[in-house]
Design a protein around this ligand. Structure first.
Ligand code: CO8
Length: 259
């Protein structure tokens, strides 16, 4: 698949997507959004990888939506732009394998929203995160008002969104916006270790676990446990479940076929 703004490398069961629009700190313009859409909507039945990593080229993860493009929008245009961007964020959130954000630098506005649509966020010590939209007289539009409060709680989300302040990686870790922080030169090794470990598990069980967690967060505990029960039952229809359980009984490592 040919992209102008994404570099995609697939190795050891992991697809690494590097957003590469360095002159604008990887800002999400229409082309980047459309290429992300292309990747996440056409790889549903992918056999070559079982985990995805998203990172940015240069000193930024993603410094936001493209401000030049935003400055041209009227109200219907803003609605459509938010709709398309949110659709892409949801396609990442619902992608049938785990997606890790490797936050190498600035993750601001739409960049922070992109990271929040991923399953796990790992940051470098130099990362800076925030929702600075109020500084531009606008609000987040790619799900930030919704996902940030779910991740860090209502008060902290309001503080970040109302002030537009950037926070460093240590503070992001403290409030639960990122899950791990590593020195800059170790970031990708740590992320790849985690991604390869995840990719070594059974693909159907990763997919079912991701679905159960995501859907469960939108419903009450009792309905969530019902969802889990259904997913648990479905899981037993896959050969990998038989293999994993059998391998334990036979005191050997499982050989998952991802089906
Ligand atoms: N959009 C477009 N260009 C950008 C962006 C951006 N978000 N961020 C940086 N750039 C460009 C700069 O204009 C500059 O270009 P040039 O060299 O041509 O002047 C280049 O990238 C390098 O940037 P700086 O020189 O500013 O680099 P610094 O290291 O001095 O500063 C910062 C880095 C602090 C990250 C700074 O660039 C900055 O503040 N950027 C804007 C951050 C921001 O406000 N992001 C939020 C944008 S709004 C948003 O994301 C809304 C999401 C929802 C949209 C919903 C659709 C309706």
């Amino acid at each position: 698949m040919d992209f102008k703004n994404l570099i995609v490398e697939i190795k050891d069961g992991v697809a690494v997507i590097t957003i590469s629009r360095e002159k604008a700190l990887n800002a999400l313009n229409k082309d980047v959004i459309s290429e992300l859409h292309k990747f996440f909507s056409t790889h549903w039945m992918e056999k070559d990888f079982r985990c995805v990593v998203i990172t940015g080229a240069g000193k930024a993860f993603v410094a936001g939506a493209d401000i030049g493009e935003l400055s041209e929008l009227d109200s219907p245009g803003a609605c459509r732009t938010a709709e398309i961007g949110q659709y892409v964020m949801k396609s990442i959130e619902n992608f049938p394998c785990p997606v890790i954000a490797a936050i190498n630098g600035f993750a601001l506005g739409g960049g922070c929203e992109l990271a929040m649509a991923c399953d796990i966020r790992i940051a470098s010590e130099k990362a800076k995160l925030g929702q600075p939209e109020v500084n531009l007289g606008i609000i987040p539009g790619y799900g930030g008002t919704q996902r940030l409060s779910r991740l860090v709680g209502k008060g902290m989300a309001k503080k970040l969104i109302f002030t537009g302040d950037m926070i460093g990686a240590a503070e992001a870790l403290r409030i639960g916006l990122v899950d791990e922080v590593h020195p800059v030169d170790e970031l990708m090794d740590k992320v790849m270790d985690l991604a390869k470990k995840i990719a070594s598990k059974s693909a159907p069980s990763l997919k079912l676990a991701k679905e159960a967690i995501n859907r469960g967060l939108d419903v009450n505990l009792s309905v969530g446990c019902d969802l889990e029960k259904g997913a648990f039952a479905v899981n037993f229809g896959y050969a990998d479940a038989k293999e994993g359980l059998k391998a334990f009984m036979e005191k050997r490592a499982p050989k998952f076929k991802h089906k």
